[in-house]
Design a protein. Structure first.
Length: 230
């Protein structure tokens, strides 16, 4: 089984439906998959996604273990919208020009390299173990272009916007070299483990709490800035 699956939405209501679900503005999507999310009503990320625009619709990529639940979610909220939802297909994690990417070609499958590069650049992936734990800003999703504060309403939008305009998260994404191994979804003190490969991990916590479980490592410049509103 692959680590990721993809589905497509086509039809006249596909864009409108996704605009009311995704944290990203569907009007700004291109053929390049962009990180984004579908949140629950408490503003926490239920589905960590990559979304792209196709010639006749949209593609969504998620961790394979979340895909069945994602399909049920779309069918529930899209029951009165006119779009067609494809069956899920395997899509393969790969690295292109040093950047984590995806491919339809099975021969490109390289999850081990993809995950290592993803940890180094803060490209987290949400699995069933980490659903509904983190808010988009805690994952620095807004710094990766995955949250649009000027679009219309979407699930959890009020809480996501309030955190941006009226406060700042005290816990947020770090890359850390752990003192001891941990697994996705684990809590180490006040720190949540988002992804971990060996001792290299992406975690969410305050800088002081994260420093207690390991050595904080550098992330790319755009993810090293303050998570607060600029």
């Amino acid at each position: 089984m692959t680590a990721f699956c993809a589905i497509t939405l086509t039809g006249k209501d596909a864009e409108k439906f996704l605009q009311g679900q995704l944290t990203i503005n569907t009007a700004k999507l291109t053929a390049t998959p962009m990180p984004c999310a579908i949140c629950n009503l408490k503003g926490r990320v239920t589905f960590g996604l990559w979304a792209s625009q196709l010639s006749d619709g949209y593609q969504l990529i998620s961790s394979a273990d979340c895909m069945d639940e994602l399909i049920l979610h779309i069918k529930k909220y899209g029951a009165f919208s006119k779009f067609e939802l494809s069956a899920p297909t395997a899509i393969f994690a790969t690295v292109a020009d040093g950047v984590p990417s995806f491919s339809d070609n099975k021969h490109d499958d390289d999850f081990e390299n993809w995950s290592a590069v993803s940890l180094s650049v803060g490209n987290y992936w949400i699995t069933k173990a980490t659903q509904n734990q983190f808010q988009p800003q805690e994952l620095r999703l807004h710094q990766r272009g995955g949250v649009d504060y000027d679009k219309g309403c979407y699930l959890g939008q009020e809480i996501v916007a309030r955190l941006y305009f009226k406060s700042s998260p005290k816990s947020y994404l770090h890359r850390v070299y752990l003192h001891s191994p941990a697994s996705q979804g684990d809590k180490v003190g006040k720190v949540g483990i988002v992804n971990a490969i060996g001792l290299d991990a992406l975690v969410v916590g305050s800088p002081d709490d994260v420093a207690q479980i390991g050595k904080i490592l550098a992330l790319p410049d755009k993810l090293s800035q303050s998570v607060a509103r600029g």
